[in-house]
Write a protein that binds this ligand. Structure first.
Ligand code: IVH
Length: 706
């Protein structure tokens, strides 16, 4: 075993100086190999240990701090400027079967009210398993290349893209007839052959070996040094767009053909299909091509071809209603189940996790898989020691799907689900109905904020990308700060994140002296935290981690309340079982009893309210974003009743919402406008009774501009 290093404060100044200079040189070498040559020769943990020792020496002998060592600690990875997308970059909904694909087409037809005999052309093309990229051209010159990021804001990778123009085929300029502003979007990826060559070279150099082409493409694109990116033969397919000052075509296919004419690579396997059967036939064709296509694809994307219809269909949450990804079936493998571990989630739900003998599935090593809940364990009759079939699809958590019964070893016993929470409190586990009403499916720890597991998970959620998005405060760091050996530096609730810097300043022991941290990373962490003291209301509500309040619901609630104080008032009224407040929220489309109950429960708890108060004191919560552009119906609550003749009910609702109106299901004092078609009944009566303005469908269309 290696000898433990001498404590720095027991070294003579000269000894410290010698060790310091040797360490600084060694670290500088690792930095160069990591950042510039992308060929590290040390593990992350090994590197952190060197950095920690260097920091400890400097803490004991401050005069050793020099420019050289400041530079040694320079920003470790991926610090790119942020770019706000002019038009958000969205994701796609998924379907997993031919039936669901047909249902997608049927749904589009219903929404548009297309009878069977009316043609509806849909494109089908491979879904490339890479990273999406947005290329902005101004006056026909490339000005920015940005990653997707969270969809609203991505990272500026322009310099890196400029380094791979030749292999990607991305043009520097567009032809004279291209619009003044054109954002072309598509996928950056690596071919199988290039991926293998990169890994072979990495292996030779003792560098990082990538798990799959997608990771390798991401790693290559997000290099600090464009010279490293230049050595990676990245490729690109154009398939979508963002801002266009003028549309060069009126169909999906026409757009992609335009991109090809402008010089972009486009996928040769795109086809225009007349109906669901043709779509599925093309899906089968692409599936057959998959093994020989030369790059990773994970499904087929279907898109309504006519752009005017795309506009009518619009979006639901983060995905277009006019497109869907038909994913290929998940990959499977057989391995041994070594143990079942119980994890406690943010809301206390206990999830059994299968600890597996590691195995490669679809290019990724899997050692954990979810077993969902106790009923699933019972249904599968999965036992410790069994061989199990696991499957993994895309980025989702691998699942145990089946037990290989004829390989079951002797002496196994059915798994008994614990009746006490694995947390230190050993709280009783309660059976609960799922939202689908299945009794007993979920087991929950009854400890709430007293359960340390729930608190940690809650904090992880709070700092995560879609919530407060605090860079440098990932799951690992949260776990570290939660249990930090120095009490002054602990993070036990969200407010603690924002007091950490002040506490570190007065603490006897500093974060930078802990393993895995350095001066620069701590400075980065504090600046990331401080950058989030201003937070959008919808993110704030989502971050609170209230059950049933996901991202979409948080957005709806934020828009309805407008500002934090108004939200707090209504939430507290709901907690006090104020019927009017409950009805007011439930009148909002997509807000049902599960949400109001969860809000009431959360804001009815003194510990939760106190925690929120402490947090709010640290922040400035920005009012909800108004939907893009004001319209005559922005902020108005409208109710549709009777039959509509110019559009379907779904379309009317979607259109109203996209204009910033709230669509309610029933008429109340809060209703601003009722749109009544033929056959309107009780809602019309109620509106007349309350004196709410009633207009016809034609009046409505005139009001919103056709
Ligand atoms: S269309 C508004 N087409 O899939 C829809 N996306 O799950 C924009 N992707 O973020 C996306 N191949 O990175 C589209 N042929 C294709 C695609 C594709 C891969 C990726 C893309 C997107 C993700 C959504």
């Amino acid at each position: 075993m290696a000898k433990a290093p001498v404590r720095p404060d027991q070294l003579l100044p000269m000894e410290a100086e010698i060790e310091h200079s040797r360490l600084a040189e060694e670290i500088a070498g690792h930095d160069r190999r990591y950042h510039q040559e992308d060929a590290p020769t040390i593990s992350d943990a090994g590197y952190d240990a060197l950095r920690q020792r260097l920091n400890a020496l400097e803490a004991a002998f401050p005069h050793l701090r020099s420019k050289v060592t400041e530079a040694v600690g320079a920003a470790p990875s991926g610090k790119f400027a942020k770019v706000r997308h002019a038009v958000p970059m969205l994701s796609l909904g998924n379907v997993f079967s031919v039936e669901e694909a047909a249902e997608f087409v049927a749904r589009v037809r219903r929404f548009l009210d297309f009878p069977v005999e009316r043609a509806l052309a849909i494109t089908a093309e491979p879904k490339i398993d890479g990273l999406s990229l947005s290329l902005r051209y101004e006056n026909r010159k490339l000005v920015t290349a940005a990653t997707r990021g969270d969809g609203a804001e991505g990272e500026d990778v322009t310099a890196n893209i400029r380094a791979v123009m030749a292999t990607t085929g991305i043009p520097e300029t567009l032809p004279a007839d291209a619009p003044e502003i054109a954002e072309v979007r598509g996928e950056i990826y690596l071919s199988h052959a290039d991926f293998a060559a990169i890994n072979a070279r990495q292996m030779e150099l003792g560098g990082k070996v990538f798990a799959n082409p997608r990771n390798a493409a991401a790693g290559s694109l997000r290099q600090i040094d464009p010279k490293v990116t230049a050595t990676r033969p990245l490729r690109f397919f154009a398939y979508a767009w963002g801002e266009m000052s003028e549309m060069p075509a009126v169909t999906q296919k026409g757009m992609v053909e335009t991109f090809a004419r402008w010089g972009f690579p486009t996928n040769p396997l795109m086809a225009l299909c007349a109906d669901a059967n043709v779509l599925v036939a093309h899906y089968r064709l692409i599936e057959r091509e998959r093994p020989v296509i030369g790059y990773d694809i994970d499904g087929v994307v279907y898109k309504v071809n006519d752009l005017a219809l795309q506009a009518r269909l619009g979006f639901v949450a983060r995905a277009p209603r006019w497109a869907v990804a038909h994913k290929f079936p998940a990959e499977k493998a057989v391995t041994r189940l070594n143990a079942i571990e119980i994890q406690v989630g943010r809301t206390g739900a206990l999830t059994p996790v299968a600890k597996l003998e590691p195995i490669t599935v679809g290019g990724v090593v899997v050692s954990n898989a979810t077993l969902h809940n106790p009923d699933e364990i019972a249904r599968l009759d999965v036992r410790i020691g069994d061989f199990v079939v696991i499957q993994r699809a895309g980025d989702v958590i691998p699942q145990v799907v089946e037990v290989v019964l004829d390989r079951r070893p002797d002496g196994t016993e059915p798994f008994e689900f614990p009746t006490l929470c694995p947390c230190a409190l050993k709280t009783l586990v309660i059976r609960e109905e799922t939202s689908a009403g299945v009794e007993g499916a979920v087991r929950r720890c009854s400890g709430e904020f007293a359960c340390p597991h729930q608190r940690v998970e809650h904090l992880k959620h709070f700092a995560s990308r879609r919530a407060f998005d605090i860079e440098g405060l990932g799951d690992k760091q949260i776990a570290f700060f939660y249990d930090c050996s120095v009490e002054d530096l602990r993070i036990r609730e969200p407010a603690d994140i924002f007091t950490l810097e002040a506490r570190n300043a007065t603490s006897f022991q500093k974060i930078e002296n802990f393993e895995g941290f350095g001066k620069q990373s701590v400075a980065n962490l504090f600046s990331a935290i401080n950058a989030r003291r201003e937070i959008a209301l919808e993110r704030f509500i989502f971050a609170l981690g209230i059950r049933h309040v996901g991202e979409t619901t948080a957005k709806i609630l934020a828009r309805a309340a407008g500002e934090w104080p108004a939200f707090e008032v209504i939430a507290k009224r709901i907690a006090a079982a104020d019927g009017e407040a409950i009805a007011e929220l439930q009148a909002i489309d997509q807000i049902g009893p599960s949400v109001t109950e969860a809000l009431g429960e959360f804001f009815g708890r003194a510990d939760a309210v106190a925690m929120v108060d402490r947090l709010v004191a640290e922040l400035s919560i920005l009012p909800a974003e108004k939907p893009r552009g004001e319209s005559p119906v922005t902020g108005k609550t409208v109710v549709f009743t009777g039959s509509l003749e110019k559009m379907t009910r779904d379309e009317a609702k979607a259109r109203a919402e996209s204009l910033g109106a709230k669509v309610a299901g029933s008429v109340s004092k809060k209703t601003d406008l009722v749109i009544a078609g033929p056959g309107a009944g009780s809602k019309l009566d109620k509106a007349t009774e309350l004196g709410v303005k009633v207009i016809s469908e034609d009046d409505w269309l005139a009001l919103i501009g056709g």
